[in-house]
Design a protein around this ligand. Structure first.
Ligand code: SF4
Ligand code: SF4
Length: 204
């Protein structure tokens, strides 16, 4: 399910993400996230840079902290896994029309990147994931995940998507007890979205 608002964090300073991670670490100790989220949003001028209003900026920061916290608490279990899948969002493809040469597999509802454009994030992430031994799926939506996991037994999963979808997907993976890690999108909007490929590499 997409957010009811658009965001673009690609112009936000890197130290914002470092602080997010620190807040997520601290939140394990105490739960005053509302105040911390407001401080972060103000310190990094989130509203000014992204144009988000206060409630949406705070929701975004809180969701990002939740994703980090989830990564921290699952990391130890995840690093022990061997057979892994990488789920990428179809909205980060360079083209979302017939210029994208990816093949859609209706059995395992997902696209397989055909590497038609070197500057496509999905191309780069697919190559990276496969080089590290992951089965890579580009998904039209999070609802495809149960179908894929029914047909393939994975021990660990890495997902890239907007933080709201990550939270929903994370709840499902927790129910089936699969170790997971997540990379949130820097820009949402369901088309021409972006994520940080270096962040993905670290997580993988
Ligand atoms: S590189 Fe892959 S995902 Fe990107 S547009 Fe081409 S086929 Fe589609
Ligand atoms: S931004 Fe991408 S990952 Fe998020 S809901 Fe839209 S299509 Fe799905």
């Amino acid at each position: 399910m997409p957010y009811g608002f658009s965001f673009d964090l690609s112009e936000i300073s890197k130290s914002f993400f470092r602080e997010l991670a620190r807040v997520a670490q601290e939140r394990k100790l105490h739960k005053k996230i509302g105040v911390r989220a407001r401080n972060l949003a103000e310190k990094f001028r989130l509203q000014e840079i992204t144009g988000l209003d206060v409630p949406n900026a705070l929701q975004l920061v809180e969701d990002l902290v939740d994703v980090h916290m989830q990564n921290i608490s699952e990391r130890e279990r995840f690093v022990k896994t061997k057979k892994r899948a990488l789920f990428l969002p179809h909205c980060a493809r360079k083209h979302m029309d017939s210029r994208c040469q990816a093949e859609f597999n209706s059995e395992l509802p997902s696209y397989k990147c055909a590497h038609c454009s070197s500057d496509c994030l999905i191309n780069q992430a697919t190559t990276l994931g496969e080089s590290k031994g992951y089965d890579v799926y580009t998904l039209p939506g999070g609802s495809c995940i149960p179908e894929i996991l029914k047909k393939n037994r994975y021990e660990g999963v890495v997902g890239v998507s907007c933080s709201q979808e990550l939270k929903l997907g994370g709840e499902y993976l927790k129910q089936i007890s699969l170790a997971a890690q997540a990379v949130p999108l820097l820009k949402n909007g369901c088309a021409k979205t972006t994520f940080n490929i270096e962040n993905l590499e670290k997580i993988l």
